[in-house]
Ligand binder design. Structure first.
Ligand SMILES: C[S@@+](CC[C@H](N)C(=O)[O-])C[C@H]1O[C@@H](n2cnc3c(N)ncnc32)[C@H](O)[C@@H]1O
Length: 197
C-alpha cells in the first residue's frame, strides 16, 4: 500500500489554492470540541495534516502536536506553525503504539481506498491511548471515484462508517453532517465523527 500518486501530485501543485479555502463555522466548532476533549498538555496527531492549520491551533492551545502528510508541499506549510512536529509520511507507513490522546483525521482518509480502511483504522486505534479520541471527517455517498482534478475519493454512508469503526473497536460518540465547496469547485456532503478507542 502506498499513497495514490495522482492525488498527492494534485495537493503538491494546488497547495496555495487549498490553503486559501475557509473552514466553515461547523468545522471550526468540531475542532474546538475535539481539542477540549484532550487532557491538558496531551499529545495529538494531525493525520494527513494538509497545510497544518488544525495542528497549528492544537499547538497554540498547549497540546503536544505531531502532524504528517504525504505531500511535501503541504509539509513545508505545516512546518511554519510553531510547536508542531511535522514529517512527510503516509497513512500506509504510519505506525505507533499507545502514544496519542487524540488523532485528528480531517478529510484525509477519504483518499484511502475502501479496502485499506479497516487496516488503517486498526493502526490508528493501536496508536491511541486507552479511550483516546478520534476525529474522522469523510465525504458522504457511495462508491469510489476521481474528482475533476484527479483525486481519488472513497465515499461512505453513515451506516457503513458505523460498521467499519465498530470493527476497528471504536465507540461512536457524536457526529455532524454538512455540505461544502471543495478544491474542485463542487459542493459535496460530508460527515464528521467523534469517536473513542
Ligand atoms: C482534503 S486534504 C485535508 C487536509 C487537512 N487535514 C484539512 O482538514 O485541511 C487531504 C490531505 O490528505 C493528504 N493525503 C492523501 N493521501 C495520503 C496518504 N496516503 N498519506 C498521507 N497523506 C495523504 C493529502 O496530501 C492532503 O494534504
Amino acid at each position: 500500500m502506498k499513497p495514490d500518486e495522482t492525488t498527492i501530485k494534485v495537493y503538491n501543485e494546488k497547495t496555495a489554492d487549498y490553503r486559501k479555502m475557509i473552514k466553515s463555522s461547523a468545522e471550526l466548532s468540531v475542532e474546538k470540541s475535539f481539542a477540549s476533549s484532550i487532557p491538558v498538555g496531551g499529545c495529538v496527531l494531525d493525520y494527513g495534516c494538509g497545510p497544518g492549520r488544525s495542528a497549528g491551533y492544537f499547538a497554540e492551545i498547549g497540546l503536544q502536536t505531531h502532524a504528517f502528510d504525504a505531500s511535501i508541499e503541504m509539509v513545508k506549510l505545516a512546518k511554519m506553525y510553531a510547536g508542531v512536529k511535522v514529517w512527510q509520511g503516509s497513512f500506509e507507513s504510519f505506525s505507533a503504539h499507545d502514544t496519542y490522546d487524540g488523532i485528528w483525521a480531517s478529510f484525509s482518509l477519504l483518499h484511502a481506498p475502501r479496502e485499506d480502511m479497516p487496516n488503517l483504522l486498526k493502526k490508528i486505534h493501536s496508536a491511541l491511548k486507552v479511550k483516546g479520541k478520534l476525529f474522522l471527517g469523510l465525504k458522504l455517498g457511495t462508491g469510489q471515484t476521481r474528482d475533476a482534478l484527479g483525486r481519488l475519493y472513497t465515499y461512505y454512508e453513515e451506516e457503513e462508517l458505523k460498521a467499519v469503526l465498530k470493527t476497528a473497536e471504536f465507540t461512536w460518540d457524536t457526529h455532524i453532517t454538512g455540505a461544502s465547496e471543495g478544491l474542485d469547485g463542487t459542493v459535496t456532503d460530508w460527515i464528521s465523527v467523534l469517536a473513542h478507542a
